[in-house]
Write a protein that binds this ligand. Structure first.
Ligand SMILES: [Zn+2]
Length: 218
């Protein structure tokens, strides 16, 4: 059987990261995290590194040729029959088309796009209530643990991520509407899209994704 390849789409705060990890284990996929690759390149002590770092800090998109390089480089280092999963890419329609083409050049033709559907209101609340441990980076929700100040795992102080404030959250929601919705519609038209309700228990959502994948591959 040819390996499965997945693109996971959803708003920030939709639980994409958690679902990506579960799918990665379930289908033994390699997670191609463009953000991670870019952050590593941003550490270079030269103009190239500096430019990437500046772009990320400003919250702007790095150029398309650079994200393409990141995937290509990673895919060339993998056995060709290995399935991959993307959760930070694509971020615009043009990128989605290039990613699709790149995957087909690697003979990764069994591609499914999963959209974790959540309302803007729900994820905004989740993000406003999100706190991160300053030491072990575990995530906590003030909605579930009202008044929590310290990490229940290591005891370090909980902090709020710089982009978890109202204006930054609003910007991400606007970005989603403007750029990711067209990507979702593009794959929907090509009958490659699986939509899953992203509000509920983590394992229930995972089970639903898996059962819809099975149905789709039949
Ligand atoms: Zn901690």
């Amino acid at each position: 059987m040819k390996s499965l390849n997945i693109i996971l789409l959803g708003r920030s705060g939709s639980g994409k990261g958690t679902q990506a990890e579960l799918l990665q284990d379930k289908y033994s996929l390699i997670n191609i995290d463009t953000g991670d690759i870019l952050r590593a390149l941003a550490k270079r002590k030269d103009l190239f590194g500096e430019n990437i770092s500046k772009t990320i800090i400003k919250g702007k998109l790095v150029p398309l040729w650079l994200v393409t390089y990141c995937w290509l480089n990673k895919m060339l280092s993998l056995p060709s029959d290995k399935g991959v999963i993307f959760e930070g890419s694509p971020r615009v329609l043009e990128e989605a088309k290039i990613l699709e083409e790149t995957l087909s050049w690697f003979s990764k033709r069994k591609l499914l796009v999963i959209y974790l559907r959540t309302s803007e209101k729900e994820v905004t609340n989740r993000l406003l209530n999100r706190r991160i441990c300053s030491k072990c980076h575990r995530e906590f929700s003030l909605a579930l643990n009202p008044g929590l100040k310290k990490c229940s795992h290591c005891g370090a102080k909980l902090i709020r991520r710089r982009d978890d404030y109202p204006q930054a959250i609003k910007n991400r929601m606007d970005f989603f509407k403007k750029n990711i919705i067209p990507v979702i519609n593009y794959f929907k038209k090509k009958k490659m899209l699986i939509e899953v309700e992203g509000e509920g228990l983590i394992m229930d959502i995972h089970e639903e994704i898996v059962s819809k994948i099975k149905k789709h591959l039949k």
